[in-house]
Write a protein that binds this ligand. Structure first.
Ligand code: NAI
Ligand code: MG
Length: 350
């Protein structure tokens, strides 16, 4: 049997509640399958660690993490005690950058038994592939002069390597799904980087003649996600465009508490990091009512990435069956606790 060594960082707030719940589900899914198991090692890094030591993670933290197959993270942030830019840059962004997790993927799917804020929720099921290492978030630029003379310059960086990597990954994903890809562009207004993006998309597209290929300007695409989300399969986007589209995808699913995400090192040189979209939710932390589904679904993505998509599908089916029975936490309008939702998913996983 294959054993996967997973570094676990529950982090802060509800991260400490939803991560153990998700681990129970992942262990059961693995045991039922029988081909693999997990060996979990928990690291107590985050804001408590910062308050004690002045650091979000130890100096050799990245080296430690490199020894694991993957990283499973809850959420980081205690805004009343530690400023968010310290907690974010000291742990999350540091891991994403140093582990070269250059692709971020976030699925959005209308789940059975869940209300969507869309008035006519269609049966959408799409996944956004976001370039996660450069583009508009390249941190290149500066400010000059002051007062009325002040100037701010922010540069976007699109390398052929980074652009091809994201677009090729998205084509491969589309090939394993419904054979349709949409590129988020804005080449009518952004006149250098976006025509380059379009060229790379067209060029790689020639290698995948069986896949239906569409290019939409980002403003129209955002509107389409509200008006006809069912028409998308895989969407590939730059760092900024992908950031915006993935929040929109999470919103139309019904609650941020269910939205999953992965930061992938697709070369397999370093571990990838699986973390839900939501944060540490200090407003409900410690009450046992956090929705564990975002973390569980994130774990399903890790299992998919490890090469067991059938097992991932079983987990998602168990989640949908639990929802269809009305077992939901308060963020989804229900009255169930985290324990009850976790037990329902465990029960449906057979
Ligand atoms: P948040 O996602 O923690 O919470 C936003 C709202 O959604 C809150 O009302 C919360 O109760 C609710 N919510 C979130 N997840 C939920 C769940 N699983 N079940 C039920 N309700 C849920 O975002 P917020 O409040 O802006 O940030 C709180 C802290 O988390 C900050 O320190 C922030 O920097 C950090 N954060 C960390 C992230 C990460 O670790 N990836 C991502 C986003 C925020
Ligand atoms: Mg965002």
């Amino acid at each position: 049997m294959k054993t996967y060594r997973i570094a676990v960082i529950p982090g802060d707030g509800i991260g400490k509640e939803v991560v153990p719940a998700a681990i129970e589900v992942l262990n059961k899914a693995a045991a039922l399958d029988g081909r693999f198991q997990f060996e979990w090692t928990t690291f107590p890094w985050g804001c408590d660690y910062y308050i004690e030591t002045g650091k979000m993670m130890p100096d050799d933290g990245i080296e430690l993490l490199k020894q694991y197959d993957q990283i499973f993270l809850g959420a980081v942030g205690m805004p009343e005690l530690v400023p968010d830019h310290i907690s974010l840059w000291g742990l999350l962004i540091k891991i994403r950058r140093e582990m070269q997790q250059s692709i971020n993927i976030r699925p959005a799917k209308l789940l059975q038994g869940l209300p969507s804020p869309l008035r006519q929720p269609h049966h959408f099921d799409f996944i956004v592939v976001r370039e996660n290492s450069e583009g508009e978030y390249a941190d290149i630029g500066g400010r000059l002069h002051s007062g009325q003379e002040e100037v701010a310059i922010q540069n976007a960086v699109f390398t052929r390597k980074g652009t091809e990597r994201a677009i090729r990954y998205a084509f491969e994903l589309a090939q394993s799904r419904r054979q349709h890809i949409t590129s988020a562009t804005k080449s009518n207004g952004i006149t250098h980087s976006m025509p380059f993006w379009d060229e790379v998309f067209a060029q790689i597209g020639k290698e995948y003649p069986a896949i239906a290929q569409t290019s939409n300007h980002i403003d129209a695409l955002a509107a389409f996600l509200v008006m006809k989300p069912e028409s998308f399969d895989v969407i590939v986007a730059s760092n900024l465009f992908g950031d915006i589209l993935t929040d929109l995808g999470g919103a139309i699913m019904g609650s941020i508490g269910i939205a999953p995400a992965a930061n992938l090192n697709i070369e397999g040189q370093y571990p990838s990091m699986f973390e839900p979209v939501h944060g540490s939710a200090p407003d409900i932390a410690g009450q046992g009512i956090a929705n564990p589904i975002g973390q569980i679904w994130t774990g399903k993505m890790m299992i998919d990435f490890l090469g067991y998509p059938e097992v991932g599908t079983q987990i998602l089916n168990a989640i949908e069956t639990a929802f269809a029975q009305g077992i939901k936490t308060p963020d989804l309008g229900g009255t169930a606790t985290l324990r009850e939702v976790t037990d329902a998913v465990l029960h449906e996983l057979t």
